[in-house]
Each structure stands twice: as structure tokens, then as C-alpha cells.
Design a protein around this ligand. Structure first.
Ligand SMILES: [Zn+2]
Length: 96
């Protein structure tokens, strides 16, 4: 006998999903789409930032900072973005 506990669940959101609709590692279609969008956003961000980060790192390594220091600064910057609204930060107008 099937019970709610024995029905297939999305591993991400927990929704009960017919087994035929589970994709990838047991994700429902909505979670699978969101996961693919997140992966695409991450790839896009990497593509945009790579030349900037490489130029920034080359400058500061030349100035004497270590790679580990620069990695820490990047981590701090990433955490800073995590606690702000990225769109709000981008929409900040400079003071007149
Ligand atoms: Zn889901």
C-alpha cells in the first residue's frame, strides 16, 4: 500500500511527485528548472568576472599581496553581496 511517506518526493522541495516526473537526482520539474537556471547564472557570472578578477589579482599580486589574501578578499566581497539586495546595490545612485 502506498502512503504519502512511500511516494516519491522531490529531494529539494519535498513535493510528492510521480516517479516519472522526477529528473536528475530526484528533483521535481520546478526544482530542476530552478537548478538549471542557477547553474546558468553561476556560469554567466564566472564568464563576466573572470577577466576582471584576473586583472585585479595580477595587479595586487604585483603589489605584493598573496593569492590567499586575494582569495579571502573575494570571499568577503561575495559574502557582502549575499547580505544585500544585488539589484538594490546596483541601483544605488551616487550622491549629488
Ligand atoms: Zn521540488
Amino acid at each position: 500500500m502506498l502512503t504519502a511517506a512511500s511516494l516519491p518526493h522531490c529531494a529539494v522541495c519535498g513535493a510528492i511527485v510521480p516517479a516519472s516526473m522526477l529528473t536528475g537526482p530526484a528533483a521535481c520539474p520546478a526544482c530542476a528548472v530552478r537548478s538549471m537556471a542557477e547553474a546558468a547564472a553561476a556560469d554567466h557570472l564566472t564568464a563576466l568576472l573572470t577577466p576582471i578578477i584576473q586583472q585585479w589579482a595580477a595587479h595586487w599580486v604585483e603589489a605584493g599581496l598573496s593569492s590567499s589574501t586575494l582569495a579571502s578578499l573575494l570571499e568577503l566581497e561575495g559574502n557582502q553581496w549575499a547580505f544585500t539586495d544585488p539589484l538594490g546595490s546596483l541601483n544605488t545612485q551616487p550622491p549629488c
